[in-house]
Design a protein around this ligand. Structure first.
Ligand SMILES: Cc1cc2nc3c(=O)[nH]c(=O)nc-3n(C[C@H](O)[C@H](O)[C@H](O)COP(=O)(O)OP(=O)(O)OC[C@H]3O[C@@H](n4cnc5c(N)ncnc54)[C@H](O)[C@@H]3O)c2cc1C
Length: 475
């Protein structure tokens, strides 16, 4: 239990409205987008500035109290679950866009700025921030940096790490350190690269300097309808082999198409085996030729129908379906768990078969949405949390799918991170020596391991059952 005096001291830093202490309000923070496990923090602190984050961390350091960073709570791997960390530090009030440098194409934002706001702020200058997770109307830049987030357009533009020039990090001691900065290619170790994807285990990102890119002049957005996932996967490989690099190459299977169509009614074919959403962007000249090349490859793979968005409204409707696909899943089941793994692009048909086999073996329904161009799969395992046996089967199937990704030459996560959910699987990818080196690296930033404890790295000292649903308390 936290000492009541601590809350009083924190209040002097963040004000009375900067602390959440009432049990019913704390319930809001019991989980993020990974709802299989829940634990309520003892206290949530809402700083308004990097200086307040620093002051809060100094108070926690004095009492050696562990903490969990949180942005918008849209994470899908349980990264914000408080495990042996009574205090949650939430950046949602740190919303200032501090500087826009149009000439040099960069922007400095505080950690709680929402992803979509960055592009909104620079659109008038013909610029945009390229990483576009489907959660972009809600997720924060701090969360994106912590998770090294991707999105549908990362096939062409890269993930968050390719767009972060510098960060300010509040170390668990409370010290603020500036890593990287406005200039590219700085000498020395790539410490920004270490913090991006650090999942809050190295400290709290308070500010980030982001690279902006020129907004594309024109788009061609195609919807290709196939009878099977195999045929659609064949087209994906064919498009890349033809030398076309689409900005986005997304696949949705029959189950998800049915849910999306029920939600948005834009005339998607609910009897299709799979649909591909292909977006080409860049200078207007040449886009039609590229679109024809894509269509030709799709025809060679047995496409049933191809639609090309005729205007911005039709393009927006297609993207609405894809980006809100997760929301539409609520029509299929009371609960769902979104898995995130990667396989080499050519192994997409294999992993889809393995997912189907896991669904059958565990008597589950699994829908598939994925960034097919990257081989980044997102099987969505449907369940009802009131059925404990089904929850156990979901966990077993999820684990099998990730094991299959690794066996096929892929990885445990494409963009959602390891969090609490997958840390027990890290030994599938890394040797004990690898994990020890990572652990020592972490201790350089956080010698007492108080920043987001029990995340990312398996803990040699504590025996953790990572597959117990509904972890309610500290382990
Ligand atoms: C509908 C939906 C669609 C999604 N689509 C995508 C997608 O297309 N691509 C993708 O990559 N992800 C996607 N996600 C996952 C999620 O949105 C991203 O991981 C996002 O970056 C999380 O941001 P957040 O602000 O919500 O962070 P949170 O969920 O609050 O936190 C995520 C992790 O980051 C840490 N953290 C948060 N803020 C900080 C900080 N300032 N400093 C240090 N650590 C911090 C937390 O401790 C936690 O470990 C999706 C999620 C949903 C619900």
């Amino acid at each position: 239990m936290l000492a009541p005096a601590l809350a009083a001291r924190l209040r002097t830093v963040v004000g009375a409205d900067g602390l959440v202490t009432r049990p019913e309000s704390l319930r809001v923070y019991e989980c993020d987008g990974y709802t299989l496990e829940r634990a309520v923090p003892e206290l949530v602190v809402l700083p308004r500035s990097p200086a307040e984050v620093s002051a809060v961390l100094r108070l926690l350091a004095a009492d050696r109290i562990s903490f969990v960073p949180r942005g918008a709570g849209t994470g899908l791997a349980g990264g914000t679950l408080p495990v042996e960390a009574p205090v949650m530090i939430c950046t949602s009030r740190m919303q200032v866009i501090e500087a826009i440098d149009v000439e040099n194409r960069r922007i400095v934002v505080q950690a709680g700025v929402v992803n979509q706001w960055v592009t909104n702020a620079v659109r008038a200058h013909g610029l945009c921030y390229a990483p576009d997770p489907s959660s972009q109307p809600a997720c924060t830049i701090g969360g994106n940096v912590a998770e090294n987030s991707g999105g549908p357009h990362t096939l062409k533009y890269g993930v968050t790490t390719n767009h972060v020039l510098g960060v300010e990090l509040a170390l668990p001691s409370g010290d603020l350190v500036a890593l990287g900065g406005a200039v590219e290619d700085r000498p020395g170790y790539d410490l920004v690269g270490l913090v991006v994807g650090g999942e809050g285990t190295l400290g709290i990102v308070t500010r980030a300097t982001l690279r902006l890119v020129r907004a594309p002049e024109a788009f061609r957005t195609l919807l290709a309808v196939f009878d099977s996932v195999d045929a659609a996967s064949d087209a994906v490989s064919g498009i890349i082999a033809a030398g076309v690099v689409p900005a986005a190459l997304e696949m949705m299977d029959r189950l998800i198409v049915a849910a999306v169509e029920a939600a948005f009614r834009i005339g998607l074919p609910t009897d299709a085996g799979a649909v591909l959403l292909v977006e080409l962007d860049g200078p207007a000249v040449g886009l039609d030729a590229q679109a024809e090349r894509v269509a030709s490859v799709c025809r060679g793979s047995g496409v049933r129908e191809i639609r090309v968005a005729r205007d911005e409204a039709e393009r927006a409707a297609l993207w609405k379906c894809r980006k809100r696909a997760f929301g539409a899943v609520g029509r299929l089941a009371p609960n769902y768990c979104t898995q995130d793994g990667v396989v080499p692009r050519t192994r997409v048909p294999d992993i889809v078969r393995r997912i189907a086999a896991a669904a059958e073996r565990h008597r589950l329904r699994i829908a598939n949405v994925f960034h097919a161009g990257d081989g980044n799969i997102h099987p969505i395992l449907l369940y009802d949390e009131r059925d404990p046996d089904e929850v156990v089967r979901v966990l077993a199937a999820g684990r099998e799918i990730l094991e299959a990704c690794v066996a096929l030459g892929g990885s445990l996560t494409g963009e959602h991170g390891i969090g609490v959910e997958k840390r027990g699987l890290m030994p599938l990818l890394f040797s004990p020596d690898d994990l020890l080196v990572m652990s020592r690296l972490r201790e350089v930033f956080d010698p007492e391991r108080r920043a987001n404890p029990h995340k990312v790295l398996p803990d040699a000292k504590v025996c953790v059952e990572t597959r117990t649903p509904r972890r309610q308390a500290a382990m």
